[in-house]
Structures are given as structure tokens and as C-alpha cells.
Design a binder for this molecule. Structure first.
Ligand code: NAD
Length: 259
């Protein structure tokens, strides 16, 4: 299925688990992919995976919290790969700290990467997509943004902010035929979650696998979501099939969150 043939997508956090899954899936469906991450080696590895499979991708080192870097990357990527009308915001961080131990600096950093980073990406790509007749953008938010997290207040607040940002951007950009949506993953098997479970396993004197299993047992469908399953939802929301869906936040979480 080549539903993205002729399109260029910029994926942030594309060296990480979910970003890489989005980048590679979109490439298999015909998209040219600008692979952006603050970590250059993982970004290059994702681009190499895509080119090895016959797709077209370039890797860019970019910090989503820097408007200058976002602007410059979009400009260079457009020269390399053509007009960018699609975007996935998958760059993100979590610190897993109890509320009373969360520092001001920690709060600011999480907000900057997760929320401001999504804003800068969407605003920059939208300005270009407008000139090319429209586009589609997806933020990887989180079910944490639907409720609260005692050990991730900064993270949950940033993701609630992303869901709100998606709605505002969707309203602002609808006249330009640019859709904006969020995917809200539950628990996905990536470096981010593995690091949390390794830490919790040490505290609780169990293995990381046991810690993962405890969390999976709380999921109605009884299993953790794969990065590819998140990418499938993001690809749907970017595709022409979803052209009348905008301002929505889709939970992909095995039934963990229903609001
Ligand atoms: N893994 C989960 O269970 C889960 C659940 C809900 C939401 N999410 C969200 O999905 C997104 C992807 O997470 P993941 O699980 O793939 O984690 P990950 O740690 O594997 O990937 C995150 C990527 O973001 C990059 N990054 C971090 N700061 C950056 C910055 N300032 N500029 C550019 N890139 C930066 C990292 O280098 C990394 O490659 C995140 O927004 C995360 O909050 C993940």
C-alpha cells in the first residue's frame, strides 16, 4: 500500500522506539522520511533501516526545543526530500520522579521537550504545508495526559498540554486543510519504558520483566502495545482516509484508558 507516495514526512524522536516505528512504517507506505532526533547515531540508524529496505530517508540531528534548529532542519530537509506536508511529533522524555521530589528545572525540561517541542514542530511544518495545499500532523501524546501520574506530574501535564495544543492547532489550521491529531499510547515496549521498569524493579527487588508483567496485568487486553501498533494509528491519522478527522486524541492502550 503506497498511500504516502509523493509525500514527505518529518518525524521527530525518530531514533527512539515509537518514532522509528512511525518512520519505517510510513516509508514502507511510500513516504520520503526526514528522520530527526537529538541523538545523531540512532537517527542515522533509522534512516539506514529505511534506505536498506529500498525507501528514501535522510537523518538530521535536531533538538525540538530550539526554534532555530527546527526551522533550519525543515528548510534543509525540504531541499533534500521535497515539500514537507506531514509531521509526527514523537520526541519526548519522562523522568519518573515522585511529585515532592520533582525539581523546577526538571519540570521546565519536560515541558520544553514534550510540549514546546510539539508546538515548534507543528507551527513550522504548518507554515510550509499551507503553501502546498494542506497536510496532516500527529503528536504522540499519552494516556497520562488524560488523568494524573503520582510519579510523573510534569510528564502528565505536558501530555495534557499536547492534547490541548492539538485541538487549538486543529481549529486554527482547518481552513488551510491541515489536520492535527494525537495518538495517546498506554504502555509501549521502548527504551523509555524499559528504563522505568529497570528502576522500579531495583526498588521493588523484582526483575524488569516481572515489573513489566505487573503493568501488563492491569491492561484489559492483557498485553503491552508494540511501537508498530502506535505507528499504524499515526499512519492512519496522516492518511487521506482520515482527511475529515481533526482535533482528536486516539487512545491506543489495550483498554487501559477510555476517556
Ligand atoms: N513508551 C511508552 O510507553 C509511551 C507511552 C505513552 C507515550 N509515549 C510517548 O511516545 C513518544 C516516543 O517515546 P518512546 O517510547 O519511543 O521513547 P524513546 O525514549 O525510545 O524515544 C524518544 C526519542 O526522543 C528523542 N529526544 C529526546 N529529547 C529530544 C529533543 N529535545 N529533541 C529531539 N529528540 C529528542 C530521544 O533521543 C529518543 O530517540 C514520547 O513522546 C513518549 O512520551 C511513550
Amino acid at each position: 500500500m503506497d498511500r504516502f507516495t509523493g509525500k514527505t514526512v518529518l518525524v521527530t524522536g525518530a531514533g527512539g522506539g515509537i518514532g522509528r516505528a512511525c518512520a519505517t512504517l510510513l516509508a514502507t507506505q511510500g513516504a520520503r522520511v526526514a528522520v530527526a532526533d537529538i541523538a545523531d547515531e540512532p537517527a542515522r540508524a533509522t534512516a539506514e533501516l529505511i534506505t536498506a529496505a529500498g525507501g528514501l530517508a535522510h537523518a538530521y540531528t535536531m533538538d525540538v526545543t530550539s526554534s532555530q534548529q527546527v526551522h533550519d532542519t525543515v528548510a534543509v530537509a525540504q531541499d533534500d526530500l521535497g515539500p514537507i506536508t506531514l509531521a509526527v511529533s514523537a520526541a519526548g522524555i519522562i523522568r519518573d520522579q515522585p511529585f515532592l521530589e520533582l525539581s523546577e528545572e526538571g519540570w521546565d525540561t519536560t515541558m520544553s521537550v514534550n510540549l514546546k517541542g510539539t508546538f515548534l514542530l507543528f507551527q513550522t511544518v504548518a507554515r510550509h504545508a499551507q503553501r502546498h495545499g494542506g497536510g496532516a500532523m500527529v503528536a504522540i501524546a499519552s494516556v497520562a495526559g488524560r488523568s494524573g501520574r503520582p510519579t510523573a506530574a510534569d510528564y502528565a501535564a505536558s501530555k495534557a498540554g499536547v492534547i490541548s495544543l492539538v485541538r487549538s492547532a486543529a481549529l486554527a489550521l482547518a481552513p488551510s486543510q491541515i489536520t492535527v491529531n494525537a495518538v495517546c499510547p498506554g504502555v509501549v515496549d521502548t527504551e523509555m519504558t524499559r528504563a522505568i521498569h529497570q528502576r522500579r524493579a531495583r526498588i521493588n527487588h523484582i526483575t524488569a520483566e516481572e515489573s513489566f508483567a505487573q503493568q501488563a496485568a492491569q491492561i484489559p487486553l492483557g498485553r503491552i502495545v508494540s511501537p508498530t501498533e502506535i505507528a499504524e494509528a499515526a499512519a492512519f491519522l496522516l492518511s487521506p482516509t482520515a482527511s475529515t478527522i481533526t482535533g482528536q486524541a486516539l487512545n491506543v492502550c489495550g483498554g487501559l484508558e477510555m476517556n
